[in-house]
Design a protein. Structure first.
Length: 139
C-alpha cells in the first residue's frame, strides 16, 4: 500500500465508528487504530459537556502532544550514530523535525505541529508506534 491508499483509508475511517482496522496484502501489513480508541471502546461517548471537562482543559492548556501520523517504528535520530533530533528540554519550532517513523521501509520525518519546549519523550527509540499514539509532550 502506498501513502495515497493509506490517506484514503484514513478519510474513510474518520466518517465511521470503526476504531481499529488491520489490512494485509502482498506488499505488507498495516494496522490503523484511531486515537482514543481504548476510551471509545471502554465507555460510551459523552453526549453533553460536563462541568469537569472545561476544568481539565484549562489545567492542561500549556501542554500539547505530538502524535504519530502513522503506524511504524519510532526513531529519535536520523541514523544510529547521529544525535537525537530533540532531547527533554529542547526548544522546537513549528515544522521542525522531531523524530522519524519508519513505515514499510520508508523513513518519514515527523515535524512538530507546535512550538515550545519538549517536556517528555513518551516512546523508546526503536519501538513500534500506532497511528495517533502520543510521542512527545511540548509546553
Amino acid at each position: 500500500m502506498d501513502i495515497k491508499d493509506l490517506k484514503s483509508i484514513y478519510k474513510f475511517l474518520k466518517t465511521t465508528d470503526i476504531v481499529e482496522l488491520e489490512l494485509e496484502d502482498s506488499r505488507g501489513k498495516v494496522k490503523i487504530k484511531r486515537a482514543g480508541a481504548d476510551a471509545l471502546i471502554a465507555r460510551p461517548p459523552v453526549l453533553a459537556a460536563t462541568p469537569e471537562a472545561p476544568a481539565k482543559e484549562e489545567k492542561n492548556t500549556n501542554i500539547k502532544t505530538i502524535t504519530s501520523p502513522m503506524v511504524g517504528t519510532f526513531y529519535r535520530s536520523p541514523s544510529p550514530e547521529a544525535q537525537p533530533f530533540v532531547e527533554i528540554g529542547s526548544m522546537v519550532k513549528f515544522g521542525q523535525a522531531v523524530c522519524i517513523i519508519e513505515a514499510m521501509k520508508i523513513m518519514n520525518e515527523v515535524e512538530s505541529e507546535v512550538a515550545g519546549k519538549i517536556i517528555s519523550i513518551l516512546v523508546e527509540d526503536g519501538q513500534p508506534v500506532e497511528y495517533g499514539e502520543p510521542l512527545f509532550h511540548v509546553e
